[in-house]
Design a protein around this ligand. Structure first.
Ligand code: AKG
Ligand code: FE2
Length: 369
């Protein structure tokens, strides 16, 4: 136990309010995680509930060849089942992936004072935010993670306000991945048989982009903690770069009731050069439940720090979101209501991670399952 913290409040102040983060806590010397980080048993990640599964990454360069139709099928099938897949030949240069991971290590290697200038409320730009865990004020057990979050507004703002350690790589990542995100959206929309989703609507559905860098310090008690607790992402599609450490798990919904302890999780293994794609709540809602927003979480490790770098694509805040009309007509029923996306965000960031509960905000009560 970190004996220099007299009580939970002084620990919370040190980690959260003063911006030292989990990294600062670990650097202060720690042989055992503080109580505030110990997860209840049902939230810990138990090896016996995990399956390693070699899911073949999807080669996006094949979209331009004779196997185009098969690749489209594979993308739609992955979005309809696990809600997670990996892609290679995605248009983001492999050397850039390496510089992104280096940039993340550089930023988090800075002193607490240098990072703390980006804390919520004091950051020179509201679109740049450094923090720890997810919503610390609402969480009984904190997540073992620090992050920097950079929402894109313009190139000028990015170059002026994003941290110098990572701004160039993060901006390049955002730009080189945008084409792929758009193409995946076009494919997924067209597989819904949707004729009313024109180009400008697709632009609006992926109109906001945010690059995050997550840092998970090595943890003395990985079995008691989580890096990120069970959650789904709120947006349309997430692009994720992970390093070679591993530890990202996705819940397999179909296997839930086989009697053996309830739930199963598949590890998404690190594949050099690949990016992970996952469906977010917005896409599940738009498709009236056909595409699955995947529940996922991240374990911690004892020996090495891990970084991951997601890009969250979401609708513009003013966009009205609900199941697409053509899909509802075909299904004969709307499983979700319409709402303004800003309200969905407020609800999402107003609560601790709780699996797929975020979707309840949009769900009609009769579809509670
Ligand atoms: O670190 C990871 O692999 C995933 C992180 C994640 O799920 C998130 O930031 O929403
Ligand atoms: Fe996530």
């Amino acid at each position: 136990m970190a004996s220099h913290f007299d009580n939970e409040n002084s620990l919370f102040d040190f980690v959260v309010r003063e911006g030292n983060g989990v990294k600062g806590l670990v650097d202060s010397g720690l042989s055992m995680v503080p109580d505030r980080y110990i997860q209840p048993i049902q939230e810990r990640i138990h090896k016996q509930n995990t399956i390693s599964h070699k899911l073949q990454p999807i080669d996006l360069s094949k979209l331009d060849g004779p196997n185009h139709d098969q690749v489209v099928e594979d993308i739609a099938a992955a979005a309809e089942t696990l809600g997670f897949f990996q892609v290679i030949n995605h248009g983001v240069p492999v050397e850039l992936l390496e510089s992104l991971k280096d940039a993340a290590h550089r930023f988090f290697g800075r002193s607490p004072a240098e990072k703390a200038v980006y804390r919520n409320g004091v950051s020179p730009n509201p679109h740049v935010k450094y923090g720890t865990s997810f919503v610390p004020d609402k969480e009984k057990a904190l997540e073992w993670k620090d992050y920097i979050s950079m929402a894109y507004t313009s190139d000028t703002d990015a170059l002026d306000y994003w941290p110098k350690d990572c701004k160039e790589a993060a901006l390049e990542y955002l730009k080189t991945s945008s084409k792929m995100v758009r193409r995946l959206m076009e494919i997924l929309m067209s597989k819904l048989g949707e004729t009313v989703v024109d180009d400008s609507r697709i632009d609006a559905l992926i109109g906001l982009k945010m690059v995050n860098m997550n840092f998970y310090p090595a943890c003395p008690n990985p079995e008691l903690t989580v890096g990120v607790g069970r959650h789904s992402d709120m947006g349309t599609l997430t692009v994720l770069l992970q390093d070679g450490i591993g530890g990202l798990y996705v819940k397999v919904e179909d296997l839930e009731d086989d009697g053996k302890n309830g739930e199963y999780w598949i590890e998404i293994p690190p594949v050099p050069g690949a990016l992970v794609i996952n469906v977010g709540d917005t896409l599940q809602i738009l498709s009236n439940g056909r595409y699955k927003s995947a529940e996922h979480r991240v374990r911690t490790t004892r020996s090495e720090s891990r970084v991951s770098i997601p890009i969250f694509t979401t609708p513009k805040a003013s966009e009205i979101i609900g199941p697409l009309r053509g899909v509802v007509e075909k299904d004969g029923v709307a499983r979700y209501r319409e709402f303004v996306f800003q309200d969905y965000m407020n609800n999402f960031f107003g609560n601790a991670h709780q699996g797929k509960k975020s979707l309840d905000f949009a769900r009609f009560h009769q579809f509670a399952a």
